[in-house]
Design a protein around this ligand. Structure first.
Ligand SMILES: O=C[C@H](O)[C@H](O)[C@H](O)COP(=O)(O)O
Length: 232
């Protein structure tokens, strides 16, 4: 079975948790795309739900699939968010933002009663950090922000190359919020909650891709079948 089929299997499993009347956060990325696709089929079959997309890409896809959408200004909470991840550890802490949607994804996950992560099992790691950590930053004063981030890395015993994520046009990639992303190749992150807290306090850092304590469940699809892990 190829990777894309595994992602669709994980998405189909998460769909079992969706019930009529739910308000759903709709994730971003190649795995979440399958979930939105399958959800659209259920909506066509009569399922009544409403969704909040975590990116412009997901908004466009959801609209094309006929999934009714709203915003967090119009509703006060979400029942469930289903989203992908770039890495997940046994505490169900995550690295997200490989597709650049981390800011809206974190706002939506934090507004949600429950978050289910869907992934192929290559995303499961004993410790976060193999995947470069995305950090969303304001372009103004980038030099100062970089130095502050490097100082936080040093406090956490981390080093590694940090690059401005390039876009398709050769300029910097610009997020849905109009910001840039620094990708930091850190290697093993021994204390992800501490790193997340310190990064979050830096002026110029809008958000970072460490999702600490937000995911409740992960559905991992592998060649041996599906494994569901709950946060300890
Ligand atoms: O910004 C993108 C998101 O955090 C994605 O959910 C994450 O990158 C995983 O994407 P994929 O399912 O394509 O591996």
């Amino acid at each position: 079975m190829n990777m894309d089929e595994l992602k669709r299997q994980a998405a189909a499993k998460a769909l079992e948790h969706v019930q009529g009347g739910m308000k759903l956060g709709l994730g971003t990325g190649s795995t979440a795309k399958h979930f939105v696709d399958l959800l659209g089929e259920r909506v066509k079959g009569g399922l009544k739900i409403i969704g909040v997309p975590t990116s412009e890409a997901t908004r466009i896809q959801a609209e094309a699939c006929g999934v009714p959408l709203t915003t967090l200004d119009e509703i006060d909470h979400l029942d469930l968010t289903v989203d992908g991840a770039d890495e997940a550890d046994p505490d169900l802490n995550l690295i997200k933002g490989g597709g650049g949607a981390l800011l809206r994804e974190k706002i939506v996950a934090a507004a949600s009663d429950r978050m289910i992560v869907i992934a192929d099992d290559s995303k499961w790691v004993p410790k976060l950090g193999r995947f470069p950590l995305p950090i969303e930053v304001i372009p103004f004063g980038l030099g100062a922000t970089r130095r502050a981030i490097e100082s936080v890395f040093a406090q956490c015993g981390l080093t590694g190359e940090m690059v401005v994520r390039p876009g398709k046009d050769g300029h910097a990639f610009v997020t849905d919020g109009g910001h840039w992303i620094l990708d930091a190749k850190l290697g093993t992150i021994t204390d992800a909650p501490r790193l997340g807290t310190l990064l979050g306090a830096i002026p110029g850092v809008v958000e970072h891709g460490l999702f600490i304590g937000l995911a409740n469940t992960i559905v991992l699809a592998g060649s041996d079948g599906i494994r569901v892990v709950e946060r300890p």
